[in-house]
Design a binder for this molecule. Sequence first.
Ligand code: AP5
Length: 215
Amino acid sequence: MIVILLGPPGVGKGTQRSMLEEEGPWRKVVTGDLLREAARAGSELGRKAKAYMDAGDLVPDDLIIDLVREKLEAMPDGADVVFDGFPRTEPQARALDALLEELGTAPDRVVLFTAPDDVLVKRVAGRRTCPECGAIYNVHFDPPGTGGICDECGAELFRREDDRPESVKRRLEVYREETEPVVEYYVRSDVPVSRIDADREPGEVQASLRREIGR
Ligand code: AP5
């Protein structure tokens, strides 16, 4: 099964994807994490991507599409795959269709998470992330047991550079301009699109997600 999670920054795509992964052996394509890893490793891609990310802008399509192609080609045939943070532009959505077609598959469902902007801004401002295992916390809603330390692996949590208020404002604008048309792209296609109110407890949102994808 191929599932695409869409929604604005801070809506909970990463949180819901992690909860879904507890259900079974999902493979994941998380372009934000792949880019942050590349930036930490100091690779050429990472250096190019970092300036865009810190400003809250999208990384150019060609860089992202190559990254996703590499990731998909390394997966076993027939794997259950969840996309988080990709596609984010119409050219990316078309490229994904072509890549999946080459692999003899297609998206089964698109899930759009929604929440009001003031909720998104508060969530992003409070987010803390583990650089080692990727666990996501929130100082307001889901704090770690010991301040600043990951409950799962003991690493020191960090605040993402693009979670500063000026970047968040830009990310929301970019979402409206570039990524909302992706929702329309899928609505026009044959892929079923589910809309889920993500301004609820994470467990309730997860129950809706699993209902929509039949898991
Ligand atoms: P990316 O990392 O994909 O960021 P994003 O889409 O902006 O999404 P976020 O990670 O901010 O939020 P989320 O929806 O995953 O929320 P989370 O679960 O963490 O991309 C970053 C950048 O990389 C982009 O700006 C761009 O530059 C670049 N990039 C990435 N992909 C790209 C692409 N395809 N093309 C071009 N550029 C690309 O939750 C947020 C917080 O809220 C957490 O603290 C969490 O604990 C809390 N929370 C979650 N759910 C709930 C809930 N139900 N109730 C209360 N709190 C909650």
